[in-house]
Design a protein around this ligand. Structure first.
Ligand code: SAM
Length: 212
């Protein structure tokens, strides 16, 4: 798989999970894997969902769509499952029934499936600011080209980051693709990384990419 050997994320496991979260990973996650999607219809993908705040927002705002969230950090996957389920019964809350979770590198999902997405979201991708880590940046031209092939007709890729240097770098990468970029102001819920704003900038910047 192209570039698969270059890791674009940090840890897969963080601090020890609570007994409930471990149970959710063991018993609830298998039913919510993308392979269980039947009659795909409208599909939305969020790449690197962190703790899943925005995946849940997408699920509520798009009840007729299936939302696939991809995240290899298992503590984040467990945090999303915890927020999607009833604390006493572990049953999925009705408003989150349309969420599916890919608990791994999104590139594997994209290479091994033929899903086409109406929207692909990437919020606060890891900026890998050190020059020697630049090769770990996910949103390079090859990956952006791959995303372009995964859009349905009139589909959109929406990228947001408060790391302005990475934003400009992505803009340069887009020039090596056939994607069309626009830069509208967007109102998007604040994820954990937006709250942290480690780049110290004033607000996230957004871009929307289409196949023209
Ligand atoms: C800086 S965090 C942002 C998390 C979340 N979007 C937010 O705004 O709070 C970037 C996330 O992207 C995930 N990530 C990095 N490379 C990935 C890949 N190849 N596939 C899926 N997720 C990836 C990381 O594990 C990490 O959780």
């Amino acid at each position: 798989m192209e570039n698969q050997e270059i890791r674009t994320f940090g840890r897969r496991h963080g601090k020890k999970l609570s007994a409930r979260k471990q149970t959710l990973l063991d018993t609830v996650l298998p039913a919510f894997l993308p392979k269980n999607i039947k009659n795909a219809g409208n599909l939305i993908l969020e790449i690197g969902f962190g703790n899943g705040e925005h995946v849940r927002d997408l699920a509520i705002r798009n009840p007729e769509s299936i939302i696939i969230g991809a995240e290899p950090f298992m503590n984040g996957v467990a945090a999303l499952l915890s927020a999607m389920t009833c604390e006493s019964t572990n049953a999925i809350l009705p408003e989150y029934k349309n969420i599916r979770i890919w608990p791994d590198d999104v590139r594997k999902l994209l290479h091994d499936s033929d899903f086409l997405f109406n929207e692909i979201w990437v919020l606060h991708p890891d900026p890998w600011p050190k020059a020697r880590h630049e090769k770990r940046r996910l949103l390079n031209s090859d990956f952006l080209k791959l995303l372009g092939t995964k859009l349905s007709k009139n589909g959109q890729i929406i990228i947001g980051t408060d790391h302005y240097e990475y934003f400009d770098w992505i803009t340069e990468q887009i020039k090596k693709t056939a994607l069309h970029a626009s830069f509208p102001p967007l109102s998007v819920i604040h994820t954990r990384y937006a709250e942290k704003n480690m780049a110290g900038t004033t607000a996230p910047k957004y871009m929307i990419l289409t196949n023209q």
